[in-house]
Design a binder for this molecule. Sequence first.
Ligand SMILES: *[C@@H]1O[C@H](CO)[C@@H](O)[C@H](O)[C@H]1NC(C)=O
Ligand SMILES: *[C@@H]1O[C@H](CO)[C@@H](O)[C@H](O)[C@H]1NC(C)=O
Ligand SMILES: *[C@@H]1O[C@H](CO)[C@@H](O)[C@H](O)[C@H]1NC(C)=O
Length: 283
Amino acid sequence: MHFSSILLLAPLLSSLVTADQVPFVGKATEWFDKAKSFLPNQGPVDAGAAYVAEHRVERINIRNWQRKLAPKLDTEEEWLIFVTGGNKSCFGRCGHAEATWNLSVPLLAPVQAASAKPLHLAILDCDRDEIVCTAWGTTLPSIYHFDVPKKTEPQAKVPLHVVPLNMSSATTADILSIPSATKARYLDFPEYEGAVHPFDGWLAKFNLLIPFGYVMWGFGSTPSWLMMLGISFVSRQIMSRRMGARTGVPTPGAAAPAPPPQAQTPSRPAGGTPRSGGSKKRR
Ligand SMILES: *[C@@H]1O[C@H](CO)[C@@H](O)[C@H](O)[C@H]1NC(C)=O
Ligand SMILES: *[C@@H]1O[C@H](CO)[C@@H](O)[C@H](O)[C@H]1NC(C)=O
Ligand SMILES: *[C@@H]1O[C@H](CO)[C@@H](O)[C@H](O)[C@H]1NC(C)=O
């Protein structure tokens, strides 16, 4: 594939990365315009970017995130996790950010090569991995920046900075300036230290983060009419138990005699069936 020749050009870009943001974008697009001619015919540059994105980016999901992001024995790591979604979790509005991310991935290759600590690129798709996204309390689209310490520092925290991406106008420069090897723009955003921090939040400390994710996801994906039905069912159960206790009948279903109407329902005709369940049971 001709694309490898473009990857060989990538080191040339490392000199550009530290340059000013605005000229850099100009050069990057210029470079991409040139690079287009190397690409196979089947598509514009996006096709190539998608190809690279697929091969350099690790996929975060519910089975692997704890292992992938865990502290390693001998080295610190830096992680950029692009959090995105499709029609379900992002209402189809993350497309621009995703295309920008795809374009940024090959441009981040020289940054990865130059980085003092390994820089990992990953993607978390909230349409596929709703539980993880719910547990982390993610906002879309954004970049989750983790500074993973060495394992030999067991008390060390895992600083997390969340860099939001503009749905309509995020640029590759916005993404390229995030890692510490470039402009460390992640430091412009406050460190997240709340309850749903994937490693240091109290939910994670008590191993409740993923159960919490399931519960919240369950609430979120239960249709509201079902929720209303459930609530009215439960409250009716409670009400009937109370009524049963007041009229002196121990169990609500057992032979509730319809005739003695309580004083407050005189408007109902005698033939009315205030407790259809009871009358059915008697037959
Ligand atoms: C981005 O790249 C992925 C492959 O990693 C591809 O599936 C996706 O369609 C691409 N998205 C856009 C908007 O180009
Ligand atoms: C998302 O929705 C749009 C329009 O509603 C549709 O064209 C597109 O195919 C959908 N994408 C997916 C992945 O379902
Ligand atoms: C995203 O960019 C657009 C256009 O530059 C701007 O109008 C909008 O306010 C930005 N949104 C956010 C949340 O910054």
